[in-house]
Structures are given as structure tokens and as C-alpha cells.
Design a protein around this ligand. Structure first.
Ligand SMILES: *Cc1c(COP(=O)(O)O)cnc(C)c1O
Length: 361
């Protein structure tokens, strides 16, 4: 078999059953069957987001919904919390959409912390904050629940739109949308959902929808008010990627069968095993201690190995890992353990890397 197993932080490995689910015949997107499919998805995906409210399903990748979130939820000033490449992308998107912004810059490898966010919003006129839950470039997870609580406890903070990118964490780590009192949580299909690329999802609070009513120029494709209007009749405003919806419906059933708690525990166990393996081999994690991501490990290249050669070696064994992001290219490498990854698959990867390390001694 010439299949290369993916241990990169997106796209992630997709199981055969899920690939297979995409091969069903097309149905019309205004048909009763399609409305039933959208409804079936809606009932299940809400359990993954831990919300009783709406979750929009869009034909896009996560970046599209980063744009949607700032476009629908701010007409004053956005605080962009930046601690890595994807949170910085959100800053660029904010500016590209003509929104005013301010910046909370955090050193790469560190989480965004509640005190720093509160310090930044105090005495300023922010109506939205963007935060990346799990920085895929550095393998850092930030405490969204605590950040949200701290914002809500700040004078004026109850009206601030809390916009969260959970692209590489949702469905692999807990995001309790309703209980955490956040406004938008967005993600894409090709990360911890372990689906093919091409879908993006976001939960949107009633507060965010009310805000959108007051924001001009929300755009057309991602207008939350229009998406909501259609979702109420189990439809999408434009043609959805129907094959991907079939795959999503199947994967949601499988995820709920595993159980979300069990799924989160599996991810944490894979994370802990990866840290142990790395430390035992003389590496260190890039993430600040206590904030290591449950879904992707960014490992410091303390042994000064040739990361390019490691990647080539693993490829010859049909396994793909990732180099560091941007300037971290050779200084780190990244192993994703998200989606449907099993312990024995990760062990096979470690065995192969052990062989490489042995060889290059
Ligand atoms: C992958 C990723 C993105 C970009 O998502 P796309 O689906 O590729 O647009 C954004 N944020 C984070 C944290 C990511 O990991």
C-alpha cells in the first residue's frame, strides 16, 4: 500500500469509512433529504461544541470563518491576541477587512493569559477580542474559559464579542461553548474532526447575532444573519459540498459513539505519551510547561538533528510529520496526534524516529 499516514497538524488522517461515505449519489440541496441531512448534522454537531444553539456549516476552511467572525462582530475596534502564526493571521484579516485593531503580543511558545487580556481591554474601546485556542505553530493551548470569565468580569466586558479560533483543538479538546460564555467558536474539518478539508464550522451566540444586526458591511457569503435564516429551515444559503456533508454526518455519529469525554482523554494520553517520548530522547517541548497542546506537539530540536532528513526518512516509511512553522522551521518539528489517531499508530511513528536517531548518532 503506498498510502502515507499523516501526523501533520492538518490535514489529518481520514479513516476509510469516512472517505467511503463521500461516494453517495448527489442530492439536490433544496430537497427534503438534504434538509434531513442538515438537521441530523445539526443535532449531533451541537453536542461536539457543547451548545444548544446554532452551529453554521460553511463551504470554506477555517480562515474563511476567521474573516466572518471579525466582519460580523465588530464595528469599533478588535483586540487581536497574537502568540503564533495563526493568531497573527487573524490580525492581518482584521486589518484586511478595514477594522480598527489593537494588539496583545505574547512571546511564541507562551499562552494568552486572562490578566494580560484584561489589562489590554481596560480603558480602551474594544467591542471584540480574537484568541486562538490552540496555536498550531507552537503547540500551545490557552485557557479560554478563564480568559472569557476574566473579560466578562471587567466593566463593559459583558458586551465584548469573544471570538475564538479552535481550528486545531475542537473535537480533540473540550470547548464548552455555552458554559464558557463565548460568542464565536470556529473550526475546520481537516484537523481534530479528522475529515477531508473543505468544511468550516462555527457556533455563534445570540449576543453575536444581535451584534451582527448593528454591524454594516458584513459581506455576503458569510453574513451570520443570512446563515441563521437558512439554518432555521435546515438549509444553507448556497450549495453546500454535499459529499462532505455525508462524511461529516457519519463522522459525528462515530465521534459521539466514542464519547466526547473519552475522545478528549485519548488526546490527552497521546499528548502525554509524546512529551514522555520527546523528553526521554533528550528533546524539550516548545510550549511553556502546563500549556502543551493536546492535539499537536511542537518539539524543540535540542539534538540539532537534520529535520529535513528526518522527514524524508519517515516518508520512506509512509509516515509524514511536519517541520517547524516559519522561522521555527529547523528549530522545531511537529507531531500531530489529533482526530482518530490511535496509540499504536503513534508508537509506530516513535519507533521509526528512534531508528533515525540511532542511525544519525
Ligand atoms: C489550520 C489552522 C488555521 C487555518 O485553517 P484553514 O482551515 O487552513 O483555513 C487557523 N487557525 C489554526 C489554529 C489552525 O491550526
Amino acid at each position: 500500500m503506498d498510502h502515507n499516514r499523516l501526523f501533520i497538524p492538518g490535514p489529518t488522517e481520514v479513516r476509510h469509512e469516512i472517505l467511503q461515505a463521500q461516494t453517495q449519489w448527489m442530492i439536490g440541496h433544496r430537497s427534503k433529504e438534504c434538509a434531513e441531512l442538515v438537521e441530523s448534522i445539526q443535532l449531533k454537531i451541537r453536542q461536539v461544541f457543547f451548545t444548544e444553539g446554532r452551529v453554521f456549516i460553511t463551504a470554506a476552511s477555517g480562515t474563511g470563518l476567521q474573516e466572518a467572525a471579525v466582519r460580523n462582530c465588530s464595528d469599533l475596534k478588535v483586540l487581536n491576541c497574537v502568540n503564533g502564526a495563526f493568531s497573527d493571521r487573524w490580525r492581518k484579516i482584521t486589518l484586511a477587512n478595514g477594522k480598527r485593531n489593537g494588539l496583545l503580543e505574547v512571546v511564541w511558545g507562551q499562552p494568552v493569559l486572562p490578566e494580560a487580556v484584561v489589562e489590554s481591554i481596560k480603558g480602551d474601546s474594544y467591542d471584540a477580542v480574537t484568541i486562538v485556542h490552540n496555536e498550531t505553530s507552537t503547540g500551545v493551548i490557552s485557557p479560554i474559559q478563564e480568559i472569557s470569565q476574566a473579560i466578562r468580569d471587567t466593566p463593559g466586558g459583558e458586551d465584548i464579542m469573544i471570538l475564538v479560533d479552535s481550528v486545531s483543538s475542537l473535537a480533540g479538546a473540550r470547548v464548552d461553548f455555552d458554559a464558557w460564555d463565548i460568542d464565536v467558536v470556529l473550526t475546520s474539518s481537516q484537523k481534530a474532526f479528522a475529515l477531508p478539508a473543505g468544511l468550516a464550522f462555527c457556533a455563534v451566540s445570540n449576543r453575536a447575532l444581535a451584534k451582527a444586526h448593528t454591524v454594516p458591511n458584513r459581506g455576503y457569503y458569510f453574513d451570520f444573519l443570512v446563515l441563521d435564516k437558512y439554518l432555521q429551515r435546515n438549509q444553507t444559503p448556497s450549495t453546500p459540498p454535499i459529499s462532505l456533508l455525508f462524511a461529516l454526518d457519519r463522522q459525528l455519529s462515530d465521534m459521539l459513539k466514542e464519547g466526547m469525554e473519552r475522545r478528549f482523554e485519548r488526546h490527552l494520553a497521546l499528548r502525554d505519551r509524546t512529551i514522555d517520548w520527546a523528553v526521554n530522547n533528550g528533546f524539550r517541548m516548545f510550549a511553556a510547561s502546563g500549556y502543551e497542546s493536546p492535539t499537536v506537539s511542537c518539539i524543540r530540536n535540542e539534538l540539532n538533528i537534520n529535520v529535513g532528513e528526518l522527514i524524508e526518512f519517515l516518508r520512506s516509511r509512509h509516515m509524514i510529520i511536519s517541520n517547524g512553522y516559519g522561522s521555527l522551521k529547523d528549530r522545531t518539528f511537529r507531531i500531530a496526534h489529533m482526530g482518530d489517531t490511535k496509540r499504536n499508530e503513534l508508537e509506530e511513528l516513535f519507533e521509526a524516529i528512534d531508528t533515525f536517531l540511532e542511525k544519525s548518532k
